[in-house]
Design a protein. Structure first.
Length: 231
């Protein structure tokens, strides 16, 4: 069974899990029920305790790995810091040859029905979607790099230029709808730094993000809320 078929089956059973939760069944009853649907107890327990927004983010990452033709072992190596996700990776990247022809045909029919229901986007909307996907992938990579690089910001650095930049170019607000992305902040920072410290090399984007994380709290998808650019 290929990844897309596994994903179709997974989404169907995930909806079943939500229905069982709505029925206020005990966790043990839900686990026993979904074992019959092909979810082992580890996977069901993971899904019961996993934040749905986080799960959606994990699925986006796994779809990307599938497009890159990564196998199960390569995916787990990429997610070695997230061993709790192993049951999900095994489910989606398994190559189960024990299904009956009838079961495979049923899943293929589900895929065909889903494809027929998809509407093609106008060219301009399609471009916007592709650009958004590209930006999200870039931001995910930035988040991974940020976890590996732990450069501390020294508040006694010469002129404390990060604080100066923040005071001159950013403004804290009480409105959570005010957000800035690391990419746009860094573009402004590069111009500001080159203007004020022309003889020095511009600090890396990761260093600026570390400072802003300490100043504003951990970024979410490389964005901070309750702050806006003032330039």
């Amino acid at each position: 069974m290929n990844f897309q078929n596994n994903l179709t089956e997974f989404n169907f059973n995930l909806e079943s899990l939500d229905l069982l939760k709505d029925e206020k069944l005990a966790e043990s009853e839900i686990v026993d029920t979904l074992i019959e649907a092909g979810f082992d107890s580890e996977l069901t327990t993971l899904l019961l305790n996993l934040n749905r927004t986080y799960l959606n983010g994990v699925l986006v990452r796994l779809k990307l790995y599938n497009k890159l033709n990564k196998n199960q072992n390569q995916v787990m190596n990429s997610l070695q810091n997230y061993q709790n996700l192993k049951p999900l990776v095994q489910k989606l990247f398994s190559n189960d040859d024990n299904l009956s022809v009838e079961e495979i045909n049923t899943i293929n029919n589900l895929n065909n029905d889903m494809n027929k229901s998809d509407k093609k986007l106008p060219k301009d909307e399609e471009k916007d979607v592709k650009d958004e996907v590209k930006n999200n992938v870039e931001e995910d990579v930035e988040e991974d790099v940020e976890e590996d690089v732990q450069d501390d910001v020294n508040s006694s650095d010469e002129d404390n230029f990060y604080e100066n930049f923040f005071m001159e170019c950013l403004e804290s607000t009480d409105n959570k709808k005010d957000t800035v992305k690391s990419k746009e902040v860094y573009n402004v920072f590069k111009k500001w730094y080159s203007k004020n410290y022309s003889s020095k090399e511009v600090p890396s984007k990761t260093e600026l993000k570390n400072f802003l994380n300490e100043k504003l709290g951990k970024s979410v998808k490389s964005s901070w809320s309750s702050v806006k650019l003032s330039v």
